[in-house]
Design a protein around this ligand. Structure first.
Ligand code: IMP
Length: 194
């Protein structure tokens, strides 16, 4: 029998990515399918703290098994910035283009372009809490390339690749992405508990 589990997000890119990885073993429910339209609190200073805060909030409010994720782009030359502040790096309206412009501005003339995406997934499952982490190492180019994906994808080239995440098919990004790696750990855990 399939398990139903809530992914505490309304980002359709993420739902699509994670549903592909889960296959038909779990029915993934988004926040809008649950009827929750408001933002969830995200007041912590770490990815782990924010992911847990979101998963606990929805699990408690709707009495459901739930997981939530939080992702940051960590740039070595900027001492890990924007990190947990990735969504609102250039201001409160979560503008991806403005966020990328700010990163590129700060990296002008900087030779060390190393960065990673890091995802933390927090799961509230049968009364206990679990954390899963996934990272992908890469480097940042000087101007955006590609139209797929979202967020900082057009300026990030994963190590060992020639294309940015925004130039790759979703199925290729899913083989190596930070969220895919964290999700694979989540899926392995969920399958082991059945
Ligand atoms: P969130 O907290 O997981 O929504 O992610 C925070 C920020 O990181 C958002 O501004 C996203 O645009 C960015 N982000 C998250 N995942 C990705 C990704 O897979 N590629 C590019 N940017 C991402």
């Amino acid at each position: 029998m399939n398990h139903t589990i809530v992914f505490a997000t309304n980002n359709k890119h993420k739902i699509e990515e994670v549903q592909l990885l889960l296959g038909d073993r779990f029915n993934l429910i988004s926040l809008s399918s649950l009827g929750h339209m408001e933002d969830i609190p995200e007041n912590q200073t770490t990815l782990e703290g924010n992911a847990l805060e979101k998963a606990r909030f929805i699990s408690h409010a709707y009495k459901v098994e739930c997981f939530a994720d939080d992702t940051g782009l960590e740039i070595d030359a900027l001492h890990g910035e924007p990190g947990v502040y990735s969504a609102r790096y250039a201001g409160p309206d979560k503008d991806s283009m403005a966020n990328m412009r700010k990163v590129l501005e700060k990296l002008k003339g900087v030779r060390n372009r190393k960065a990673r995406f890091r995802t933390v997934i927090a799961l509230v499952w049968k009364g206990s809490e679990y954390l899963f982490e996934g990272t992908v190492e890469g480097s940042l180019i000087e101007s955006p390339r590609g139209t797929m994906g979202f967020g900082y994808d057009p300026i990030f080239i994963p190590d060992g690749c020639q294309e940015t995440f925004a130039e790759m098919k979703l199925s290729d990004k899913n083989l190596i992405s930070h969220r895919a790696r964290a999700t694979q750990k989540l899926v392995a855990f969920l399958l082991s508990t059945r």
